[in-house]
Structure formats: C-alpha cells, structure tokens
Write a new protein. Structure first.
Length: 359
C-alpha cells in the first residue's frame, strides 16, 4: 500500500515565479533613480537624527491601480515638492499591497488586471517599472511592506517603509524590518495599543536570522544587522484619534520609557480622520499647530491623496473606472492636496518653528 498523501491538500497549483534577479534584470535600476533613492533615505535618516529640521510628508494614493494616473499624480507632486523643499521632504506614497479585513482586491502586485487572474509575476514587474518611473521623476517613494519576499524584488527603489497596524505585532514583519535598507514606521495597533509599535521598533533594531529568499530565488537563511531607524506611526484606533497634543505626549512618554528616540509620525488618515478624507486637512492643521507651538517629536505625517476626491468601487466593466480616483480608501483631491502642502509650508516657514527644533 502506498503512503497516504499528507501535504499540499489545499494547494491547487504551484506556478513558477521569476526570481528577483530576473525581474531586476528586466527593469534595472538607473543612475537617476538610484540618486533619488539614496538622497531620500539620507534626508529621512537626517530628519530622524535631528540633523535636518524639516517635516517629512508621505503622501499619495491609498493604493496604485492605474500607473498612468499614478504618474500623472507624481509629476504634479514633484512640482509642489520643489516649492516646499525648504520646510518639507515630500515622499510619494506608492502602495502595491493591500491587507484586507476579510476579502477584496489585494493590490496591484497581486492582481494587476483587477479581474481575479492574480498574475503576480506580471504585477511584480509592473510595480517595479512604476517605482522606477517615480524615482526618475525625482520623488523618493514609500510603501507598506506586507509580503516578506516582495522587498527582494523592489526594495532598492524604496526610501521609506511602513509596517501596518495589522502586521506591527507580527514577528515575521519585525524580522524583515530589521534587514530593510530604509527607515521603517511601525503603526500602532487597530485598537490603539502603542506597545505593539514600541516593541516592534525594539525588535527590529536587533539582528535576526530567518527564512527568506536571495536574489536568485533560492531559499536562504537571511541574517540581518538590525535597523536603528524604526519609529512609531500614530494612526488612531480603538474608536478614537490619537494625534492630539495629549496623545502625542503619552506617545512621547511611552517612547521614553522604552528608551527609544522620540520620533513620531502622524497618519492623517484612517482612525485619525474617522476614515473621512475631507477631515485629513484638519488633522494636518492640528499637527502643524503643535509643531509651531514647540513640539519637537513630530517628525512626519502621512496623507492619502489622489487626483479626484473620495473613492470608488471596482466595476465589472473596468472602462467605467473614474480616472485618478482611489479604489481603496478615500483620498483628498489634488486641489485640496496643493492647499494642504502650501499652507503647511507657509506656517512652518513663517513661524520659525523648524529652526527651534535644531536647538
């Protein structure tokens, strides 16, 4: 009698995936893009080290689904980024992977055609091409690291990484973060618990060894040095925002207790704006007011912004998609985005608050 089958009982297929080296060979890093990535990382590290007094702003669509609209947005953003460069470092939000509460579209890498065909092999290459184009425009890029293998495919094009509220507690993501080449922002848990993020920062700052893949796609023991640029991202939770001055003070105390640098990023979206994109400008104004009044721990903000306001459902007929409108969380529209950034620039420039942060 043959042995009973005991593995892969719920696996339908193993489809081949190109290795990271193969994808990178098809879409190689250019000199211009490399300059943007490295300059973005250096500036972010300098802000976290208090060598640069500017505020960094991670801003862009909730998720990328249409590369044409995404690059249209990037070109617009670059013009404003140059205008406000003396007070803010603008980093474009380029999210390809979407964690779902239950089910739903998982993002451009997982399902680039938005038809449940799940051509991850094509999605990965397209995502890399998009990131390359953004960096060649001159904008550093930020993303959320969700799949622990994905950074091997496009990590060389990322300047800032977020670990989401659902994964900050994950040991897998803490280990992965310890080896990333970028500063990493860990979000507080969906219930508002901040200890998840502080513990993640501590864990990621240490060396780890874990299973992963190398550039050839070979399963490997990945040994990391630890990442000293972990920091907390406040995104609200547990039914309330946490960007107000009292919440910021409590976060500062929690970081101090954990013997961590008081580096705080405020996510103007999610629970901090009750998932109402029209409230994001109010959150930004409050944060800027705190900086103007002398706060030194807030180093960055996050904003969900696109060409059109709000969001849309994915229709069966994809030709009916509205151009430049999010298919995931709602966003501030482009005129609102320009106003937010220029108003912030004016207040920070006039108040002298940024220079005080260096004293």
């Amino acid at each position: 009698m043959s042995a009973a089958k005991t593995e892969n009982l719920n696996i339908a297929a193993f489809d081949p995936m190109p290795s990271p080296d193969e994808i990178i060979a098809r879409v190689p890093l250019t000199e211009r893009a490399a300059e943007t990535v490295l300059a973005g990382r250096r500036a972010l590290c300098d802000i976290l080290d208090r060598k640069d007094p500017r505020l960094f702003v991670v801003i862009g669509p909730c998720s990328i689904h249409d590369p044409e609209a995404g690059l249209d947005y990037a070109r617009r953003l670059k013009k404003v980024a140059d205008e406000v460069a003396d007070t803010m470092l603008i980093v474009m939000r380029v999210y390809f992977e979407k964690p779902r509460t239950s089910v739903g579209w998982k993002g451009y890498i997982n399902d680039p055609y938005m038809d449940d065909s799940f051509r991850i092999d094509e999605g990965m290459e397209r995502a890399r091409r998009f990131l390359l184009a953004v960096n060649e425009i001159g904008l550093p890029a930020a993303t959320e690291a969700l799949d622990p293998i994905a950074p091997q495919y496009y990590g060389d094009l990322i300047s800032w990484t977020a670990i989401g509220a659902r994964t900050s507690e994950s040991q897998t993501h803490r280990e992965m973060s310890s080896g990333l080449s970028t500063p990493v922002g860990f979000k507080n848990a969906t219930d508002g618990d901040l200890s998840v993020a502080t513990n993640a920062i501590l864990s990621a700052s240490h060396p780890h060894s874990f299973l992963g893949i190398n550039g050839r796609g070979v399963t490997s023991i990945v040994r990391t040095r630890g990442n000293r640029y972990g920091h907390v991202v406040l995104r609200g939770g547990g039914g309330r925002p946490n960007y107000d001055s009292v919440s910021i003070k409590l976060a500062e105390q929690a970081l101090d207790k954990a013997k961590l640098a008081q580096n705080i990023v405020v996510d103007c979206s999610h629970a901090n704006s009750w998932k109402k994109p029209e409230l994001q400008p109010l959150v930004m104004k409050d944060v800027v007011h705190q900086i103007r009044e002398g706060n030194r721990s807030i180093v960055g903000t996050m904003i969900e912004s696109f060409i059109e306001a709000g969001n849309q459902s994915i229709p069966d007929d994809l030709t009916q998609l509205r151009y430049g409108c999010s298919v995931t969380d709602g966003c501030v529209d482009w005129p609102g985005t320009e106003t937010m950034l220029r108003d912030t620039h004016r207040v920070l420039g006039e108040s002298g608050a940024l220079h005080a942060r260096m004293r």
